[in-house]
Design a protein around this ligand. Structure first.
Ligand SMILES: Cc1cc2nc3c(=O)[nH]c(=O)nc-3n(C[C@H](O)[C@H](O)[C@H](O)COP(=O)(O)O)c2cc1C
Length: 325
């Protein structure tokens, strides 16, 4: 399938794997890219720019296809060494960067000078327009359904995607709640040029996370995620567990008085314990409502081939069959 996104990124299928903390290592990024999508290494999971440079080199050894790096701009006081990470990306010859969080304007000149395509992931039409204005090549429009940080507007993709299509000139992919051929075809119908998946890619054979994480996603239904940190305006959609219930109780009791320090135990340093050690109740970890649509653990190639084959059948049989003669 050719779309503006496959052309822009030089990939075979319009499917991107979003950056995911402690999931987006070289193994997963290379598997997605080898399957014809765009795999993405999560920059900040690598604690230093040098470690990111090593991870990029490792990924390059595992695939000769294009892959990207995610650079998330955190709302933290002590900023990571972003110039160092950008240097590792540029010197590593990476051709695509997925930015997320704050506006990436500070790094744009360095990325553009190196000929890197920038896809900014954002949760609103106004932020998408801003990304277009500062020179991003594409946006990933992340609806309220998404795993991770859905922002504070709470607009689901059935509204957000057509709104983005009405306003944007640059291409965009649909993100949040995407799992299968139905997601892809619906997104294309709403004006997107492809889709970005997070949670779905965790439940794949190559995702380098503990088996219990994959099983938890397969076992979860669409009713099993919770929104945390709303009062801190840092909303995150996570899979419910004992730590999340404890956190929500604190949020309820403290109301507007809640400070980040009150929930440190449930959110700080959680990812390696969950993703690597499989300690499922260690704290709050991102997961999308799309867990309700995930019932198996295929390889990335099986998943992407299935999506593309079923999308083709959906368009040719069901949709063409419905069109008036
Ligand atoms: C476990 C997990 C960790 C994530 N970490 C990041 C991250 O570090 N940076 C980022 O930009 N997005 C992150 N995301 C968001 C994904 O890249 C993607 O936008 C989101 O998962 C899409 O929604 P979906 O899960 O419904 O597919 C994370 C998502 C998950 C599920």
């Amino acid at each position: 399938m050719k779309t503006r996104i496959t052309e822009l990124l030089g990939i075979e299928h319009p499917i991107i794997q979003g950056g995911m903390h402690y999931v987006g290592f070289a193994e997963l990024a290379a598997a997605v890219s080898n399957a014809g999508g765009l795999g993405v290494i999560t920059g900040l999971t690598q604690r230093t720019p040098q470690l990111l440079a090593n991870e990029i080199a490792k990924c390059r050894d595992m695939t000769d296809k294009p892959f990207g790096v995610n650079l998330t701009f955190l709302p933290t006081v002590s900023s990571p060494d972003y110039p160092g990470y950008v240097k590792a990306i540029v010197e590593g010859g990476v051709k695509v960067v997925e930015t997320a969080g704050r506006n990436p304007v500070q790094v744009m000149p360095f990325l553009k000078d190196a000929g890197i395509k920038v896809i900014h992931k954002c949760t609103s039409v106004r932020h998408s327009l801003k990304a277009q204005e500062i020179g991003c090549d594409a946006v990933s429009v992340d609806g309220f359904e998404c795993g991770g940080h859905p922002g504070e507007d709470d607009i689901p993709n059935m509204i957000l995607l057509p709104r983005a299509a009405d306003e944007l000139d640059i291409p965009f992919v649909a993100s949040g709640g995407m799992a299968d051929a139905r997601s892809l075809v619906a997104s294309l119908a709403m004006g997107a040029e492809g889709m970005n998946m997070g949670t779905r890619f965790i439940a794949t054979k190559e995702a380098p996370v503990h088996e219990r994480v994959k099983q938890a996603i397969v076992a979860a239904s669409e009713l099993d995620t919770r929104l945390i940190m709303r009062s801190l305006r840092n909303t995150e959609r996570v899979l419910n567990n004992a730590a999340v219930e404890r956190l929500l109780l604190k949020e309820k009791e403290l109301g507007a008085k809640l400070r980040f320090e009150d929930i440190m135990e449930e959110v700080a340093g959680v990812y390696p314990r969950v993703m690597t050690d499989g300690d499922m109740d260690a704290g709050a970890w991102s997961c999308g409502m799309v867990a309700g649509l995930i019932h198996d653990i295929p390889t990335c190639k099986e998943l992407i081939n299935r999506i593309m084959n079923e999308a083709d059948a959906l368009i040719r049989k069901r949709l063409l069959g419905l069109a008036a003669a």
